[in-house]
Each structure stands twice: as C-alpha cells, then as structure tokens.
Design a binder for this molecule. Structure first.
Ligand SMILES: Cc1ncc(C[n+]2csc(CCOP(=O)(O)OP(=O)(O)O)c2C)c(N)n1
Length: 666
C-alpha cells in the first residue's frame, strides 16, 4: 500500500476520545471492504450493478455517526456507509442486492432503492431529487410532534439541478424545518463535470438565495465531517432550521462499474487518490499511536470474516418464488373499511359545502391531520373549501405552501413516513403535472417496494364547462387510474362527496379525490349533518331500467340524467361509478347482463380514458349477454378550448343523446 503524507488532510482530533477515533476508522473500513468484495463479485457476474462510493465514505459515515439512531437519514446510491453505520446486518443488504426475501423489497427493487423504518433509513427512488422534499415532510413531522429531531438527506451535485432541490430547500427555509441538506459534490454527475452542471463557484452559495445557512466541508476528512455535523445537528435540535452542507469530494470510480472513467482526466484521479479518506485517516491514527499494523490487520480480518459469513447466508437463501397474489396484495396497504352510518338530520348543501364540511369533520376526527396547499390558510383556498379552517385548527395544520407541487407531494410522503395523515389541495387538478413524478413514482410505488404506505389524499378540483381553457379545465383521472398503487375517487353528488372524502382520508393509501368545479355550486342535495363514511369502490345505481346501462362519473353523470329527463320512454340503469380505482366491476357486469346494452359517458377525451377499459371489460365479461356493441362517448381529441362555442363542441355532453338513441335503435 502506498503511504500518504498526513499533510494531504489536516485532522483535528480535539474533543474526540480514542474509542470514537477508532470507531470512525472501523466504520469507514467496513463499506470500503464490502465494496472491494462487490467489485470482485461484479467481475464474476454474481451481482448486476454497482454504484461505488469508494473515496466518499467519510461523508456517509461522518454524517450517520453525528445523527441519533431515531433520526431519519435519506441516502442516495453512493451511501453504503449510511447503511453499514446504522448496523444493518450485512446478509440483509446482500439479500437485497440479490433480490431475495431477507432484503427489504422482496426482490421488487434493486440496490439502495429501499427504506427501512427499523433503521430509520428512507432510500431513494431513481429520480434522485424527490428525496429532498420527503426529508422536508419528515422534518415537518418532527416539528409538529415536538420531537426535536434532525433529518439528514443526501444528494449529488448533479441532483441539485433538479427542480425538487430548489423546491425542497425553499419550503424547508420558509417553514424553518430541521433538515441537513447534504450535497456530495464529487465532481461528476454520470459523465457531466461540474462545469456543465452549474455555473457558480460553490453550491453552498445557493443557500443564500433561500435564506438559509450553509457550510463547506472537506468531505474526505472524517473528523471534520463528524465534528462539524455533530455540532450542527445538536444545535438544530434546539433551534430547528435547515442547513445546506456542501461536502467537497471526488468520485473515484465510474458512475456505475460498467461505465468506467475514461472521460475523467487522469491528473484529477491522481490528485484525489492522494486524498483518500480512509488511507489518510489510517495514516493519521498510526502517527498518533492510536492504530498499529497488528490492530489494522485484526480489524480487517474481522470485517472480511463478517462479510464472507453474511455472503454465505445470502447465497444460501432460497430465490424468490413469484406469486401473483402476493404481488397484487402488496400494491396497497390492507385497510378494513370502518362504516360510520349517516345520521338522520340533514341539510341542503352544495357540492363545495359538502366537501368543506366533510374535510372539517375529518380534521376534528384525526387530530393530527394536516392540510397543505396554495392559499388554503387565511384565504380559504381558491374555491373557499378551507374557509375558516385556520381559525378552527391553526396554521400548523392548515398550511399555505409556496408554489411547489413536487415538494408538497413529497412532504406529504414524508409526513406519512412519520405516521401523519395529510390532505394536499392541488389548486387546480391541471397543476398536478408539476408534482406528477412524486405522485406516480413515490406515493404509488412505496408500499409495493418497501411496505411504506403513503397516507395522502390529493384533492383535485377539475373539469370543464367553465370556459377556463386548456390549463384550468382538464379532468385528468386517466393519468392516475392506470398507475397501480393509487386510488381514484370521483363523486358527482354532495352526499357521496362528503362520505367518500371521509373514507379517502381514513384509507392509509394514496387517494386522488376529484372534485368537479362546475358542480361545486350548481348541485345541491340533502346531506347528513354529522360525520359519516361511504365505501370506496362501490358504484351507485341512480336509476333502474331494462333498456340500457349508462355508466358514467363526475359531471357527466348529470349530463346523462338530464338526457334521460328528456326521454321518459327510455328505461335505463344509470351507474354512477363514484370511484374509478377500485372500480365496481360487479355493479357494471350485473347491470349489463340484465340490459344487454352499455354506453359509457366520460368527460375526458376518448383515447386511453377509463371508458375504453370499461368497454373492454364488458366485452370480455359480458359478451354473451350483449345485444349491441358497447359504446363509448367522450370529448374531442383536442386540448380543452376556452370560448364557450368551442368548449360546447369539444365536450361529450351534447353528443350523448344522439349516441344513446343510436344504441337503443341498434
Ligand atoms: C430524473 C433523473 N434523470 C436522470 C437520471 C439518470 N442518472 C442517474 S444518476 C445520474 C447522475 C447523478 O449525479 P449526482 O447527483 O452528482 O450523483 P453522483 O452519481 O455523482 O453521486 C444520472 C444522470 C435519473 N436517475 N433521474
């Protein structure tokens, strides 16, 4: 082994005892030796992919050592040292990498893509940036529950270019959340050097723009990392606030092992090789008389023995046997619906009032339920659903957010990780696109991947017919009904909206709750005054008849009813789906088998909408009983236009009558 002059890194061991100094050494040695073993296994074709953190161990280890065991850490793909320092048994890590059951994802996700509540680690999703907003949510929970805990989250310098980074830092600063944002600046994001990633000297300087404190730390100096982060963490526990840390380091190997380092200038690699965090520290400990050759060999032998023993355990473990039912069972967290029957006393409410009342009663029932959204606090939300909520529940629980849909969905995920339910109001369903990634990739996949539910309801004011143009009129449920892991509820009446919202909030899974804007103030109904629930996944049969089955949801239900009002001779079953995921196929099949004809009316444009799936389901399950082809009626294949004569033409509303008559005449 080459020896290095201790001048390459200046160590200051002041205030640290010998045990701590040795412990830090052993803690860095372990991930290094595991990695060396992994590189051999990779060459032998025994593992599939490896992201090396060699040369960056001081950051993972130093930060983790500075945290308390009950504090959450959100690592990235090069942070093996976080997992080993949290003392996860190695065979579980090896099983995870081999896709075996003793890992953390039952073979459903690879490498470091997992979390574990047992070790208070929340692993990444591939998209990198969302981790940062999730850390905000966990830190918010710590504040709301007065836990005085710090949350540490990692990102590479490449990940700081994502919008999630900006959103998460901004929210953390506005809300003064106790988060340590740890940037590991290792020179390259895949093949992209820092000069092509960002155009400022130090990423730490970005903190200024967010009104946040920041520090630059030598990421290769374990003692600097450990002492500085320990002091900061202690201070943040007392004075909650976010802090941005930029750790200067270098990626010594390829982005992942197969991709090599051809694009990295050799002199850079040579310079940083001299600053190796482990070898320099080892040299320092020897010079200080704390470590000697014999002890070094002993430690290495112990760790190598542990690695081999645990590798044998993992290799001996049976491979996963695929089971369809087990896979399907884990997409959603099991939840036993609790029926709360409606009381007798009713009042006439508009849809908007019923949602507001239902939400308020859920806030009373779940005393830690948090509402987040733009302008939802004093202003009461743009549709006034949360009017008066701040007075009733306080600003901790009714939270105005900056305009940052991604960070807020991610924060809701973080709250759920800490056991807190939340409702997020999208100001308009259209804007969910700005938070689309965390909805479909984080909330939807989390339970399936590592058994972590996302106890979040996204309220989605949606729909056309209000002359609001292409960006305030969409009914975008189809983007979500096709994503396993999400539930989608879409009431058409005040009574249903109130009961279903209560159930959506009780359900521990992520639920998108669509509220049609055009119905908010136009539809009235007698609604029970007290809290009550209705089951998700149950359609309601609004009218009964033998001629035809009309299937619809949302505003289109009212279009269908209005059409029938004009034709008293048509005897139709009218099914209001109320919930699209889960879908009440039983109600659909029972009706179609009775009538022999089915027409599905949706407000969304035709292609890829849920009407297409329902149509296919009917063909597959009721073909023998059909007297006519199933008909889908939907809006035009264009964006939604603004002016009423164009919008009227766009909508399926006025086409329905003709199509219904044609179907009946078939
Ligand atoms: C949203 C997104 N875009 C692209 C990628 C592909 N990708 C994975 S890691 C990576 C580079 C990340 O660089 P950095 O954040 O600096 O972390 P490092 O790998 O250097 O530790 C890229 C481009 C991705 N995973 N997610």
């Amino acid at each position: 082994m080459e020896t290095f002059s201790k001048a390459m890194i200046n160590y200051n061991k002041e205030g640290l005892n010998k045990e701590t100094l040795i412990d830090l050494y052993k803690s860095m040695l372990k991930p290094r030796l595991i990695e060396e073993k992994m590189l051999i296994l990779l060459r032998q074709g025994k593992i599939s992919k490896w992201f090396s953190g060699i040369g960056q161990e001081a950051i993972s280890v130093g930060v983790t050592k500075a945290m308390l065991a009950e504090e959450y850490i959100l690592p990235m793909h090069r942070n093996l040292g976080v997992f080993t320092t949290r003392e996860i048994p190695l065979y579980r890590l090896f099983s995870q990498w081999q896709g075996k059951a003793s890992g953390f994802t039952k073979g459903r996700d690879r490498s470091f893509h997992f979390g574990t509540q047992e070790y208070k680690i929340v692993g990444m999703i591939s998209h990198l940036g969302p981790q940062l907003g999730v850390a905000d949510g966990i830190a918010l929970a710590s504040k709301l529950q007065n836990k005085n805990q710090v949350t540490a989250v990692f990102t590479g310098e490449g990940g700081t270019s994502e919008g999630d980074f900006h959103e998460a830092l901004n929210v953390a600063s506005v809300w003064q959340l106790p988060v340590l944002f740890c940037i590991e600046n290792n020179g390259y994001g895949l093949s992209t050097p820092t000069s092509e990633q960002y155009n400022c000297k130090d990423l730490a300087d970005r903190a200024l723009g967010y009104g946040m404190e920041s520090h630059i730390i030598d990421g290769n100096n374990i003692l600097e990392v450990y002492t500085k982060v320990s002091a900061l963490a202690e201070d943040i526990r007392e004075n909650p606030r976010p802090v941005l840390l930029e750790f200067k380091t270098f990626r010594m190997r390829g982005h992942e092992e197969a991709s090599g380092t051809k694009y990295v200038p050799q002199d850079l690699l040579d310079t940083w090789a001299k600053k190796d965090p482990l070898e320099n520290y080892q040299e320092f400990l020897k010079n200080e008389g704390i470590l000697d050759e014999a002890l070094e060999v002993k430690f290495k032998e112990e760790i190598v023995h542990e690695i081999n023993e645990h590798l044998d355990l993992a290799y001996a473990e049976e491979v996963i046997i695929a089971s369809e039912s087990e896979e399907l069972n884990d997409v959603y967290q099991n939840h036993l619906y609790q029926e709360v029957s409606p009381n007798k006393k009713t009042e006439e409410l508009r849809l908007v009032d019923a949602i507001s009342e239902g939400l308020k009663q859920s806030m009373e029932r779940h005393d830690d339920l948090v509402i987040m959204g733009q302008d939802v606090a004093e202003y009461g939300g743009v549709f006034k659903i949360t009017d008066g909520f701040v007075e009733a529940f306080g600003k901790d629980r009714v939270r105005n957010t900056p305009i940052c849909e991604s960070a807020i969905v991610e924060a809701a995920m973080g709250l759920s990780i800490s056991g807190i339910k939340s409702v997020v109001e999208m100001q308009f369903a259209d804007f969910v696109t700005s938070g689309f990634n965390p909805v479909v990739n984080y909330l939807a996949k989390s339970h399936y991947r590592w058994n972590q539910n996302a106890d979040v309801v996204l309220r989605m004011p949606c729909g056309a017919g209000v002359a609001a143009g292409p960006f305030h009129s969409q009914t975008n449920e189809a983007w979500f009904t096709k994503t396993p892991g999400l539930k989608v509820v879409y009431p058409a009446f005040p009574y249903d909206a109130k009961g279903l919202l209560a159930s959506a909030i009780n359900d521990p899974n992520p639920v998108l709750f669509f509220e049609h804007k055009a119905l908010y103030r136009s539809i009235r109904q007698e609604v029970p005054t007290d809290y009550f629930t209705l089951p998700l996944g149950k359609a309601s049969l609004l009218r009964e008849g033998n001629d035809v089955t009309i299937i619809s949801y949302g505003a289109a239900v009212h279009w269908a009813l209005n059409t029938l009002d004009k034709h008293s001779n048509i005897q139709a079953d009218v099914i209001d789906l109320r919930s699209l995921q889960p879908l009440d196929t039983e109600a659909i099949y029972a009706s179609v088998k009775k009538t022999g004809r089915a027409i599905i009316l949706q407000e969304d444009s035709l292609f890829g909408g849920i009407a297409s799936d329902i149509s296919a389901l009917i063909m597959e399950n009721c073909f023998e009983e059909l007297d006519a082809p199933v008909k889908r009626v939907a809006s035009m294949e264009t964006p939604i236009p603004f002016i009423n004569q164009l919008e009227d033409q766009y909508l399926s509303r006025d086409k329905f009558e003709g199509e219904l008559l044609k179907l009946l005449a078939y």
